[in-house]
Design a protein around this ligand. Structure first.
Ligand SMILES: [Zn+2]
Length: 280
């Protein structure tokens, strides 16, 4: 198999991300108020007791932590009808002329196309050079490849794993499974509910980079609690994700000196809940 190894440094990633992120320049207070206002427009936070907790909060730490289960079970109640309906933009580790996206609706850069999960057979002997897909879609693709029902002779660039609260995460050992089955470098990403990029893996492959101007991560009882500053359509305000990770503060070999999430995984007790949510 012909594997193309192309690595972009982290400054390239940051340019990609920040040129479309007007909120980067907002102060922490402005970002907080903007997100609170977005939440107040949703049916869930319109209820008096929920609205009061938002309105009385001076900072993020004053807000109650919301279990992911509550949000995922009642997602329509967390939709802000006033927000821009544009989906998040897919960010690739490098440009591709033939990237196929499966299992997640996103705005696509040039050279990318969407494929419905029910039409995986269309990948067979296609020109696909890069795949971007949810963990569930990748499991199905690998099962087909291993059963020799699907051949991807032109896949040579990368596999992007599109993970999140709804999509779930890869399980232990599944990165190796992807490499064995597809034979191309794996780049994991963590996306918010609006498709906004929260954390991304660089070409050094040592963990997921994140920026506090995009997302706030707290660790409470070993669980990551997420606030996404860009998710204004489906505001994520202190949501207990059911995920755990270790934060590495060493400078990454790509040159980025911001923290990296290592071993992002589902906490044992939350696996079944989130897997169920991903299937629902
Ligand atoms: Zn890096």
């Amino acid at each position: 198999m012909n594997v193309v190894l192309r690595v972009r440094g982290n400054p390239w990633w940051i340019r990609q991300i920040e040129t479309v992120s007007p909120a980067v320049e907002l102060s922490p207070e402005e970002k907080f108020r903007r997100l609170v206002n977005a939440a107040l427009a949703t049916p869930y936070f319109t209820r008096r007791e929920h609205a009061e907790s938002l309105l009385s909060a001076q900072s993020l730490k004053d807000l109650p932590v919301l279990p992911a289960r509550t949000l995922l079970d009642h997602k329509s109640r967390f939709l802000n009808p006033k927000a821009d309906k544009a989906l998040g933009m897919l960010r690739l580790p490098f440009e591709s002329s033939a990237c196929v996206v499966v299992g997640k609706k996103l705005r696509l850069p040039k050279g990318c196309s969407n494929l419905d999960e029910s039409a995986l057979y269309r990948l067979h002997h296609s020109a696909t050079r890069m795949l971007a897909a949810t963990p569930g879609a990748l499991r199905r693709i690998c099962a087909l490849v291993e059963a020799r029902a699907l051949a991807l002779p032109n896949l040579c660039e990368a596999v992007i794993v599109l993970q999140g609260l709804e999509e779930g995460l890869l399980y232990a050992g599944e990165r190796d499974m992807l490499w064995r089955c597809l034979g191309v470098p794996v780049f994991e990403q963590w996306l918010g509910l609006d498709g906004e990029l929260l954390a991304w893996e660089c070409g050094v492959h040592q963990g997921l980079h994140f920026r506090s101007n995009r997302a706030e991560l707290e660790e409470i009882d070993g669980e990551l609690v997420l606030t996404s500053w860009f998710g204004l359509r489906t505001p994520i305000l202190r949501v207990a994700t059911g995920f755990s990770a270790r934060v590495d503060h060493r400078v990454c070999a790509c040159g980025d000196d911001q923290p990296v999430l290592l071993h992002l995984s589902m906490k044992q007790s939350s696996e079944s809940v989130l897997r169920h949510a991903a299937l629902a």
